[in-house]
Design a binder for this molecule. Structure first.
Ligand SMILES: C/C(=C\CNc1ncnc2c1ncn2[C@@H]1O[C@H](COP(=O)(O)O)[C@@H](O)[C@H]1O)CO
Length: 253
């Protein structure tokens, strides 16, 4: 911005919402002139202020669609497990047992263990929710989702996993699953959520990770030893769902 001179000092400032623009910054188009200017084409949809509106609409639509889901558990796990594999079948059983306990199932709506948990819930007549995510490659919602919402933004979607669930069950998975697990653990660690059971299924799979957290992170003073209690380990779908119930998740009667 250039320094004030005699010629521009008194030019009136221009307001853009909470932003006030003076001198050279005050030139340019106005919101209504841009709205009426057909030469802009669709370029405005690539601007950050427009994205804020889209982000806001994801929250509004997500909150609206999920407001009445009732008691639910978010189930995370690999997008790559195949029907017939141990982890896929475990996902089906998790979904089924949650549904039988009157608890809805929320997943990422994708393939693999997400599909498995939705399938188990759907087949048992329970609520099966999928929070899909737009990805650079074609990827539809799995067939077992009854209530599906598609998100553009991971962070809006993640809010829904926490806000509408009373606990998390985590099946074996890769980076996406680890991301969701660690986010949940930090929310509990920082008391952003309370009474929120997180159960990992598969002692062989998760044991070494917890052992590393204990032997390295706790030993180096990076994590408090009491934070190890944020997660519990289970070896079966039955055990995991019972831990949810014992942890305060109560199903619909
Ligand atoms: C890579 C493949 C499919 C990707 N499709 C996904 N759809 C919905 N949600 C997804 C997808 N991929 C990852 N997620 C989320 O992360 C977790 C699984 O990630 P991981 O890296 O496979 O562990 C899962 O809980 C989702 O919320 C294969 O075709």
């Amino acid at each position: 911005m250039s320094a004030p001179t005699e010629s521009n000092r008194h030019r009136s400032p221009r307001r853009k919402g909470p932003v006030e623009l003076r001198r050279d910054q005050a030139h340019g188009s106005t919101a209504d002139s841009r709205l009426l200017d057909s030469r802009n084409g669709g370029d405005f949809t690539h601007t950050d202020p427009w994205r804020v509106m889209r982000i806001q609409s994801e929250f509004v639509e997500g909150f609206g669609a999920l407001a009445n889901v009732g008691p639910a558990v978010s189930v995370f796990g690999s997008a790559r497990t195949k029907p017939g594999s141990i982890h896929y079948e475990m996902g089906v059983e998790v979904g089924r047992r949650l549904a039988e306990a009157g608890i809805g199932v929320i997943t990422g709506g994708g393939p693999g263990s997400m599909e498995a948990a939705n399938r188990g819930a759907c087949e048992a007549g329970g609520l099966s929710v999928g929070l899909g995510i737009e990805l650079p490659f074609e990827q539809g919602m799995n067939d077992w989702v009854d209530l599906g919402i598609n998100f553009r933004y991971f962070f809006a979607r993640k809010t829904m996993f926490v806000k509408y669930a009373q606990g998390f069950i985590v099946l074996p998975g890769g980076l996406g699953t680890l991301d969701e697990l660690f986010e949940a653990m930090v929310l509990v660690q920082t008391h952003k959520v309370t009474s929120f059971p997180i159960v990992l299924i598969g002692k062989d799979f998760w044991g070494p990770l917890l052992e590393w957290i204990s032997s390295r992170l706790v030993a180096d003073g990076l994590v408090s030893s009491k934070d190890l209690n944020i997660v519990a380990l289970a070896d079966s779908a039955e055990e995991a769902v019972n831990m949810m119930l014992a942890g305060g998740v109560t199903g619909r009667r």
